[in-house]
Structure formats: C-alpha cells, structure tokens
Design a protein around this ligand. Structure first.
Ligand code: ZN
Length: 413
C-alpha cells in the first residue's frame, strides 16, 4: 500500500469535516449581513464572529481593511485578509468571497425562517447559504485543512472576505482595489467562487460590456384625425428601434467563449404613452439592453447609436435624448490560458471528474475590478444557482467538493 498523497489526506479530512461545515453555515446564516441600502447594519457582526471562529482554528491574525461608511453603526464595513505562508512568496493563490447577503424578499415564498438553516437531504436551505457562504465555508475548510496537517503550500495562500458585493462593492472589492491595490499582483491567481453551474464545468473568465440606454423622443401631441398638426413621437421611436437592428451587423464579432457568442442589442422597456387611440403621442420612451463583446469600445457603439438618433431627428422632426441608465465597459478578459484556469481545470477534473472550460458571460461580476487592474481572476463554483431566490440552498456535497478543489489548487499552484 502506498502512502496517501498530501491531497488525499486533505481531501479525506475535508470530507469528514462536513458536519462542522454545516454548523458554520448555521452560524453565518443566523447573522444577516444586509447592507444599509437593504435596510441592514452591514457585515460587522458576521465578520466579528468569523474572526473569532478562525482564531479558534489557529488561523493567523487577519489584516483588516475597514471601508468607512457612515450609514452603518460603527461607521465601517469590514474587509479581512488571512494569509498562510507558502514555501515561496513571489505570488499568492487567493480565494475571495463576500460576507453580505441580499434580503429574503417575500417571506410567504419561503418554507421557513430564512435566517435559520434547515437541512433537507443534501440541501442547506437559508438566505446566504449558497451566495456566498458556500464559497466562504469551502475556502475556510480548504485553508483549515492545510493548518490542521501542518502543510506548507508551494506558494502563499490568502483568503479575502469582503463587504458590499450585493450593492456595488464600493465598500468591498472596489474599496480594496482603490485603496489597497498593491495587495494583489499580476502573477497572483484569484478564484472567486460566486457563480457557476450544477456540474462545475463553467469557469467564467470574461464578461461583455453592459449598456442600458433609455431613449426619450419628443414630437408634438395632436388629434389623430389631423396628424399634420403634430409630430408623432411613437412612429419615430418605432423607426429608431428598427434602425438599431443594424448594430448586430456593425458589431458582429463572434466568440464561442460566450453564450450567446455575439453581442446582443435588445429593445426592452417601452413606456405607455397616450391612453386613447385618437391622440397622436407627443412623447415616446423606450429602452435598450445592450451586452457588447469586450473587443469593442463601448463608446464606439454609443457613437453609432447617436448617429441613428440624429438620423431619426432629421427624418421625423423629433428630438431624441439618450440617457445612459447603466454603463459598464467590460474589463479585459482573463486569458483562457492563464495559470488559474489550468489549475482549476486540473483540480475540478480530479475532484468531480468533469472537464471544465473557460467561458464568458453577459456581465458583470466582482471579478471585473481585478481584471481591470490586470489581476487574472476566474469565477467558479459548483452550484444549483439558487442565489437571491426564496428557499435559497447550498448542497453539502458541493460545499465539500468545492473545498477539495480549493485544497488541490493550494497544493498545486
Ligand atoms: Zn454573490
């Protein structure tokens, strides 16, 4: 019989630790970390408990990077970094998770108290159990497995627990990248276990740019029997929507990394105009949701849309104003051959026996903050995607499996 490898030792320890991981989920869920925007007091209590818990498991003292926020008691949002020293210190393997959760939404849609974890077979039901406590607990137990076995990984390992992911990351990842940018280096490997699919085969490395544009077209209202006395804003708006179909041809880059593999330009919201049939509408409001491949400059897309708007003004005698309701240029993608991607593929194949592949999504995750700064970040997890839903749940098997993937990552990086 051959001696078990380091990975096998960590892996079986993690598997046996499932009851402790479940207990940790219970404690975390019972401390609702809601942002002030969602009517909560932030992440302080949850972070305090986490610190206490990790101290009890012989984790080193954390580095604390509190983000000032007068909207919460104590005036600060917590951001914590725990480091385990490797044999070499030129680069770090990071796992970044967020402490905050979203509100439960309509209580009647829950089968029980959202802040009390209920076990249902393999499922742990409760707000935050999947988003993002699955990743958080997995990361803690992968690191704890190293500590328990006295193993020094080849490179430094760090866990980051951040605030404010659900409401824009101003006080979380955004704050860290603004105020503590030198924490992360271009040779680091960053895993963000905050999205994925139920097989664990999707490694998100790229995002499309997002532009939400609201068009307000102004003509002149009049009686429908005498249209020449007015200017029909609705007709002009309809022509604009059709004209913008041309965006598909103009920005037609195709990349199978994404699903769908092209930019999308979708007319969505349409505000009600007049209430009766015999009035020519003097105002027309509609909106587009555009998801643009990262190879394009979003400003070029906007310039093309503006040119169409000017053309509509000229053809129909209306005025068209365009509001950028949301404007998020994509960060450059993490290269599909970045070390973090290959290491993850190897770990996922070892633990889950599936072949994961790098993919792009419609946008936008917290990874964008890091990619924008040239830090290779991959978003991966194996989950059923119940985040933000009533009866959100995490599968214990995924929490344990993901912890084993992370332990593999620490040992092989
Ligand atoms: Zn999340």
């Amino acid at each position: 019989m051959t001696a078990p490898t380091d990975f096998e030792r960590l892996s079986s320890w993690i598997t046996d630790a499932a009851p402790e991981m479940i207990a940790m989920q219970r404690e975390l869920t019972s401390r609702p970390a809601l942002s002030p925007e969602s009517g909560g007091e932030g992440e302080a209590e949850k972070a305090r408990w986490l610190e206490e818990c990790l101290a009890g498991w012989d984790f080193p003292e954390p580095e604390r990077y509190p983000a000032p926020d007068p909207a919460v008691p104590g005036g600060e949002r917590p951001n914590l970094v725990y480091r385990l020293s490797g044999r070499e210190h030129d680069s770090t393997t990071w796992i970044l998770t967020h402490l905050d959760v979203v509100p439960p939404g309509e209580r009647e849609l829950w089968s029980g108290d959202p802040w009390v974890v209920r076990e249902d077979g393999d499922r742990l039901i409760g707000r935050g159990t999947e988003d993002n406590q699955q990743g958080l607990v997995s990361a803690v137990f992968a690191a704890r497995a190293l500590i328990e076995h006295g193993l020094t990984p080849p490179c430094d390992v760090a866990l980051a627990f951040v605030a404010d992911e659900e409401t824009g990351s101003e006080h979380g990842a955004g704050f860290l990248m603004r105020e503590q940018a030198d924490l992360f280096g271009p040779d680091d490997r960053l895993l963000i276990p905050d999205a994925g699919d139920d097989e664990g085969t999707m490694i998100e490395v790229a995002e499309k740019s997002i532009a939400w544009l609201t068009f307000t077209i102004r003509g002149r209202q009049t009686h429908a029997s005498t249209p020449d006395h007015g200017v029909n804003a609705h007709r002009a708006g309809a022509h604009l929507i059709v004209m913008l179909e041309g965006l598909h041809e103009e920005f037609d880059a195709h990349d199978e990394l994404f699903d769908p593999p092209t930019s999308t330009f979708e007319p969505t919201l349409k505000k009600a105009n007049v209430e009766n049939i015999n009035t020519i509408p003097g105002e027309d409001v509609s909106a587009f949701d555009c998801r643009v491949m990262p190879c394009y400059d979003l400003d070029d897309v906007f310039a093309s849309i503006e040119a169409s708007a000017r053309e509509i003004e000229r053809l129909f005698g209306v005025t068209v104003t365009i509001e950028k309701t949301q404007w998020q240029p994509a960060a450059p993608p993490t290269p599909a051959d970045a070390p973090i991607v290959g290491l993850l593929q190897q770990a996922i194949s070892t633990v889950y026996g599936v072949e994961a592949r790098p993919m792009g999504i419609g946008g936008g995750t917290v990874a964008a903050f890091f990619r924008a700064a040239g830090i290779p970040a991959a978003v991966w997890s194996r989950l059923d995607d119940t985040a933000h839903m009533p009866d959100e749940y995490c599968r214990v098997s995924n929490m344990v499996g993901d912890a084993r993937v992370m332990a593999h990552l620490f040992l092989e990086a």
